[in-house]
Design a binder for this molecule. Structure first.
Ligand code: SAM
Length: 256
C-alpha cells in the first residue's frame, strides 16, 4: 500500500465516523447570509438542509443588503476607483449590515474567484463553528475595505473560491459551501458512516457505486460486490479509488 495514503479499512472508516460525530460541534449552527437577492436562498428550504432547518440543527437568516442603504434608490454599487469597466459594491451598506449581525465569535466568508480554493477539509472545519456569515458579492465584487475592516472584528474572515471560473454573483457559491458544510453537521445526514467513504474525505476520489439489478442492459455489477467477502470488497474499492484518482485527478496523489 502507498505509505502516503491512509488505510481505508472498515475499522478506520468507523473510527472516522465516530470522530466526525463526537468532536466539538455546536448544538445548532447559526448562518447569516447577506445578499441583494434574498429569494435565491429558497433552495435552503428543501432536501436535507430544509429538514435540518426545521429541526433546529441549522438556523439560517437571509438579509437583504438593500435594507441597509439610506438613499431613495437603495443603491449598493458605484463606479470603480481608478476607472475601469463594471461597478463595485459600496462599503457603507456592507458595514451597516455586518454591524447588525457580526460578533467576535463569527466566521465571515466572502466568496470570490480571487480567494483560496474551498476544499472538503475546510468544510469539516466550518461545520464546527457556531456562527457563519456569508457575504454575497455582485458586479465586480465588494470594496476591499469591507473585508479588511471585518478582519479586525470577526473571529476569522475567509475569502473562498469554489473553482477557477467566474460566476455572476456569490449566491451560487454560498449555496455550494453551505451544502458542503451543512451535511457535515451531526444529525443532518442520517447515517454518519455515509460521510466517511466519500470523495475527498481521505484525499482520494470515491470508488464507483452500483445497486440492483445485478445485470442492466447487458452491463453487469462487478462480481466481487455480490460475493459477500467484505475484505475482498474493501480491497477492490481501495484499488478503484486509487485507479480513478490517478486517472482523473493525479495531482491529488502528488502526481501529474
Ligand atoms: N471581478 C471579480 C474577479 O475578477 O475576481 C469577479 C466578480 S464576480 C462577476 C461577482 C461575484 O461573484 C464575486 O464578488 C463573488 O462573490 C462571486 N463569485 C464569482 N465567481 C466565484 C467563484 N468562483 N467562487 C466564489 N465566488 C464567486
Amino acid at each position: 500500500m502507498d505509505e502516503r495514503l491512509p488505510d481505508a479499512s472498515e475499522a478506520t472508516c468507523q473510527r472516522r465516523a465516530r470522530t466526525l460525530c463526537e468532536s466539538h460541534y455546536a448544538e445548532s449552527v447559526r448562518i447569516d447570509i447577506v445578499t441583494i437577492f434574498p429569494e435565491f436562498f429558497s433552495v435552503l428550504d428543501v432536501s436535507l438542509l430544509g429538514t435540518a432547518r426545521k429541526s433546529g440543527l441549522i438556523d439560517v437568516a437571509v438579509h437583504d443588503l438593500r435594507d441597509f442603504t439610506h438613499d431613495r434608490h437603495r443603491t449598493v454599487d458605484d463606479t470603480p476607483s481608478g476607472g475601469g469597466a463594471g461597478m463595485v459594491m459600496r462599503p457603507e451598506p456592507w458595514g451597516d449590515a455586518l454591524d447588525a449581525i457580526l460578533t467576535e465569535q463569527s466566521t465571515v466568508i466572502f466568496p470570490t474567484p480571487a480567494g483560496s480554493l474551498f476544499v472538503q477539509k475546510q468544510a469539516r472545519e466550518l461545520a464546527g463553528r457556531e456562527h457563519l456569515i456569508f457575504c454575497c458579492g455582485r458586479y465586480e465584487g465588494i470594496d476591499q475595505r469591507v473585508i479588511d475592516y471585518t478582519r479586525t472584528r470577526a473571529a476569522e474572515v475567509l475569502e473562498l473560491s469554489i473553482g477557477d471560473y467566474v460566476l455572476n454573483g456569490g449566491e451560487v457559491a454560498v449555496v455550494a459551501v453551505i451544502e458542503a458544510v451543512g451535511r457535515l453537521i451531526p444529525g443532518v445526514v442520517g447515517n454518519p458512516d455515509s460521510l466517511v467513504e466519500e470523495s475527498h474525505e481521505d484525499g482520494l476520489l470515491e470508488y464507483p457505486s452500483y445497486t440492483k439489478p445485478a445485470e442492466w442492459r447487458g452491463l453487469e455489477t462487478p462480481a466481487v460486490l455480490l460475493g459477500g467477502n467484505h475484505a475482498a470488497i474493501a480491497a477492490w474499492r481501495r484499488e478503484q479509488q486509487l485507479e480513478r484518482t490517478r486517472r482523473v485527478r493525479p495531482e491529488l496523489l502528488g502526481e501529474g
